[in-house]
Ligand binder design. Structure first.
Ligand SMILES: C[S@@+](CC[C@H](N)C(=O)[O-])C[C@H]1O[C@@H](n2cnc3c(N)ncnc32)[C@H](O)[C@@H]1O
Length: 235
């Protein structure tokens, strides 16, 4: 049985390093609440097991529609939303990537966590951003938590560990420029250098994170993760 107080942790656990993601998410939360009030209609891309979606609907009062290409994710998201009594405010669709890009709407916000880096190249990433702009109403908000390309040590580590996403469109300065041309950036924060290696042990993670924060400057080209809150221009 899923305990409600654990939903956020479990929802952030799916992508690994939940302690790190929890810190990133909770840091962004006040700004998210300010810009996307209860009752907002929010589209999510790549909802995974849907637990984070459920947490957002329940705690922020959003009405959400999720799109994901995985049938397995669709079934577990449906099951989780029923189990948590969120089925009236969270709806899930299973569709292939082409269908995702055909989805139209005028949403108050688009929520995404660790999905867009699956783009095969920068052109595909740009296609994603253009589509997101198309489904947001003027002034609508994009909330995106993304995996960064990270520093050269981390890149080498990922290659050695044969991480399949190593050569995909992980966030860096080139990707960042795409955001800057499409959106007004409200809040953007970079995370991680080596602290993420300790995220299984929260005490050491927080200690390392604090040291790291004072020792080095993080930017698009060396961050392990990034949070972006951006607005579609009003005109
Ligand atoms: C790394 S998982 C992240 C899941 C969830 N957002 C989380 O953070 O736990 C990426 C998710 O995006 C979905 N996905 C990837 N490309 C997609 C696409 N083009 N359209 C819809 N869903 C997609 C995958 O099926 C998967 O559920």
């Amino acid at each position: 049985m899923i305990l409600e107080k654990n939903i956020l942790y479990l929802g952030l656990k799916a992508g690994g390093a939940p302690v790190m993601w929890q810190r990133i998410f909770l840091t962004a939360l006040p700004k998210i609440k300010e810009l996307v009030p209860p009752g907002s209609h929010v589209l999510e891309v790549g909802y995974g097991d849907g637990l984070l979606t459920c947490w957002l609907c329940k705690n922020l009062g959003w009405n959400m529609l999720g799109l994901d290409m995985s049938q397995e994710c669709f079934l577990s998201a449906k099951e989780n939303s029923c189990r948590l009594g969120i089925e009236n405010s969270a709806d899930f669709i299973c569709c292939n990537p082409e269908e995702t890009w055909k989805h139209i709407g005028q949403y108050d916000a688009v929520f995404i966590k660790t999905v867009l880096y699956n783009a095969k190249n920068i052109e595909e990433y740009n296609k994603w951003l253009k589509w997101i702009i198309s489904v947001l109403k003027p002034g609508g908000v994009l909330i995106n938590f993304e995996t960064g390309r990270a520093n050269s040590f981390m890149q080498a580590y990922r290659k050695i560990r044969k991480r399949i996403y190593t050569d995909l469109c992980l966030y860096n300065k080139v990707v960042e420029r795409l955001y800057d041309t499409c959106f007004y950036i409200v809040d953007r924060r970079y995370y991680g250098g080596w602290s993420q290696f300790l995220s299984r042990i929260p005490f050491f993670y927080y200690l390392a994170y604090s040291l790291e924060e004072n020792m080095r400057v993080r930017h698009a080209d060396n961050c392990f993760a990034v949070s972006i809150i951006a607005q579609k221009p009003w005109n």
